[in-house]
Ligand binder design. Structure first.
Ligand SMILES: NC(=O)c1ccc[n+]([C@@H]2O[C@H](COP(=O)([O-])OP(=O)(O)OC[C@H]3O[C@@H](n4cnc5c(N)ncnc54)[C@H](OP(=O)(O)O)[C@@H]3O)[C@@H](O)[C@H]2O)c1
Length: 345
């Protein structure tokens, strides 16, 4: 059994990791941290885990993380890079759900996350945890930077088109919507029920930290600079993410050809569903599962292709993706512990 530690067990991605790992056939939960809830049984805070998780939260300094095989950081940016050197030296693998090991460009990291990068050497060896586009590197990695939720949808939605060179890569548009759990569990006025429900708004339109991450990864696919306009929105759902992506076609390709690009790209992917051309995927068709669904459109048979992508921001957008990475890093079946059917209605 793989001994797993989770730093930041009281947050939304933390409790999602607990839900997925509590029934994972190859995992033993060994340590779950919280600075505020030291000593509280996990099931007291999360009754959904009664009878499944019998550990108590412990403060990070008391948790025996160096005795684990892998530690997940479900924490704010900056926490993982402070602890990763010690864990790696003790032979522990690290999966960070925050941004410490995503952006290879440290200047960009420092600009967007407002803190210096304290271990650039580890960053260089870290694998970016988007399995469908980086499987081999993740398999060999000791440290993984799990992708952001929006970047997951943008990369998987644009990748087949960019790889085939059929769109204008200098002018991509991503119009994305996230459920409120994307902002985490900490108390904030903007996510109060009376502020976020029955309301809909864009944010970060002039610049969002998921842009540099997406641009850096997409340019690796094209070998050249990519242009992206990314507009995130907060929508009054608890879970779920819907991204509508637009790109201008530059070659003569018909709808069947476009569809074939996606079907071939994701033919062997257990967690990417390419729906029939012209479908309208719904966020609820992925709720609580690691599935991401994609559908293509071409309005008025013009030269713009529209790609619709849906996922659960807490699963494929965060904790499910992280477990998918763990499975690869330990040579397990990639789908182990992740075969849940989405919850509907
Ligand atoms: N929510 C999403 O949909 C989503 C998707 C993709 C990626 N992410 C990323 O995943 C990370 C976690 O997000 P979240 O939504 O789960 O956040 P969250 O709900 O706010 O939870 C944060 C957790 O980190 C702990 N924590 C805070 N500061 C810490 C510190 N200095 N040292 C140790 N533990 C600390 C908190 O517990 P204590 O304060 O009790 O220690 C809490 O358990 C973030 O970096 C986020 O950007 C989130």
């Amino acid at each position: 059994m793989i001994k797993v530690g989770i730093v930041g067990g009281t947050g939304y991605t933390g409790v999602e990791l607990l839900r997925l790992l509590a029934t994972h056939p190859e995992v033993e939960l060994a340590a779950i941290t919280s600075r505020k809830e030291d000593g509280m049984p996990v099931a007291d805070m999360f009754p959904s885990l009664r009878g499944r998780v019998d550990l108590a939260f412990s403060s990070p300094d008391k948790a025996r993380l160096t005795e684990c095989d892998v530690v997940f950081f479900a924490t704010p940016h900056g926490v993982a890079m402070a602890q990763a050197p010690e864990l790696l030296a003790a032979g522990v693998k690290v999966i960070d759900l925050a941004a410490d090991f995503r952006l290879q460009d440290t200047a960009s990291f420092e600009k967007w996350y407002k803190q210096p990068h304290t271990c650039p050497d580890l960053l260089k060896e870290a694998a970016y945890g988007l399995v469908e586009l980086n499987r081999d590197a993740i398999r060999k990695a000791r440290i993984v930077g799990n992708p952001g939720c929006y970047p997951t949808t943008m990369q998987l939605g644009f990748a087949p088109l960019l790889k085939a060179g059929v769109i204008d890569a200098s002018h991509l548009i991503a119009d994305c919507k996230s459920g409120v759990s994307g902002a985490g569990r900490k108390a904030e006025v903007a996510t109060l029920f009376s502020e976020a429900s029955d309301n809909f708004k864009a944010y970060g339109v002039s610049g969002h930290r998921h842009s540099p991450e997406t641009l850096e990864r997409l340019s690796l696919l094209t070998g050249d600079k990519v242009g992206l306009i990314f507009t995130p929105h907060l929508t009054p759902m608890i879970r779920g993410m819907h991204s509508t992506l637009y790109a201008r076609l530059t070659t003569d390709i018909d709808n069947a050809g476009l569809q074939a690009l996606f079907e071939q790209a994701y033919a062997d992917e257990p967690f990417v569903d390419v729906m029939p051309f012209g479908s309208h995927p719904e966020t609820r068709s992925t709720r609580a599962s690691n599935m991401l669904r994609i559908a293509l459109h071409r309005p008025a048979d013009g030269d713009t292709v529209v790609v619709l992508v849906v996922q659960d921001n807490l699963v494929k957008g965060a904790s499910g993706q992280a477990v998918q990475c763990m499975n690869l890093m330990f040579g397990l079946e990639e789908t182990a512990g992740l075969r849940h059917v989405p919850v509907l209605p």
